[in-house]
Design a protein around this ligand. Structure first.
Ligand code: IPE
Ligand code: IPE
Ligand code: MG
Length: 234
């Protein structure tokens, strides 16, 4: 039996379908999804989770209709404005990971302020993947290492798994133990491709706005029944 997962990563999917099934606009689903985020962040310490990664907005999501993109950006801004103080009080360390150059200046400043305020907290580490694409991340690490080789800072033979991991945007964050995707879709959608090499996967039918502590606890129970062999024989 596996131990409790220390790092859970969630592909929060199904907001739009959840709203449409109720005859509502997609944005309503995203708003309710933000409430699920709050529930899950609060449940983590009680369930022994040290790292929580949430996929909030992918590099591909920039291709959605402008109205939805603007709505999602406002929601993220509101989340940071309204939640940072509470996160700080709960000793949460916030990290936002992704290509920030695409974000409005105002949002970039809010992110930096929230990260700086919570940087020394020793409770849950909450990583929000925003404007994030795993292939972009891997390419950016590759370019950085190639430049270091070209400038003579390192030799190509110095590049090992550890150095590569530490060149990714997630440097310093341990790999996820458990990946959950809600809404019944069974794909990764450009999510942490390097980091999930040995993660356990759980695809749940629940739509993200309905997710709560009970679903998280259920996912942890399922994880504990998995046999993580890492290629070895027990
Ligand atoms: C997940 O919900 C949130 C984001 C991708 C921003 P979706 O918006 O993808 O909802 P569905 O998949 O269309 O139902
Ligand atoms: C993945 O969900 C991205 C996030 C949850 C933020 P999508 O709904 O964008 O993924 P696809 O398009 O169904 O693969
Ligand atoms: Mg979706």
């Amino acid at each position: 039996m596996a131990e409790n997962p220390k790092h859970i990563a969630i592909i929060m999917d199904g907001n739009g379908r959840w709203a449409q099934a109720r005859g509502q606009m997609r944005m309503f689903g995203h708003q309710e999804g933000a409430k699920a985020v709050r529930r899950v962040v609060e449940a983590c310490p009680e369930l022994g989770v040290k790292y929580l990664t949430l996929y909030a907005f992918s590099s591909e999501n920039w291709s959605r209709p402008e109205e939805e993109v603007t709505g999602l950006m406002s929601l993220l801004e509101a989340y940071l404005k309204n939640e940072t103080a509470q996160l700080h009080k709960n000793k949460v360390r916030l990290k936002v990971i992704g290509d920030r150059t695409w974000l409005a200046d105002k949002l970039q400043k809010l992110i930096t302020a929230s990260e700086e305020l919570t940087a020394n907290n020793d409770g849950l580490t909450l990583c929000i993947l925003l404007s994030y694409g795993s292939r972009d991340e891997i390419l950016s690490a590759t370019r950085k290492l190639a430049e270091d080789v070209a400038s003579g800072k390192i030799k190509s033979s110095d590049i090992d798994m550890n150095m590569f991991s530490n060149s990714l945007w997630t440097a310093g964050i341990p790999d996820p133990d458990l990946v959950i995707r809600t809404s019944g879709e069974k794909r990764l959608s450009n999510f942490l491709l390097w980091q999930v090499a040995y993660a356990e996967f759980l695809f749940m039918d629940v739509m993200w706005p309905d997710f709560d502590k009970n679903y998280l606890a259920q996912a942890i129970e399922e994880f504990k029944n998995r046999d993580r062999r890492y290629g070895k024989i027990k």
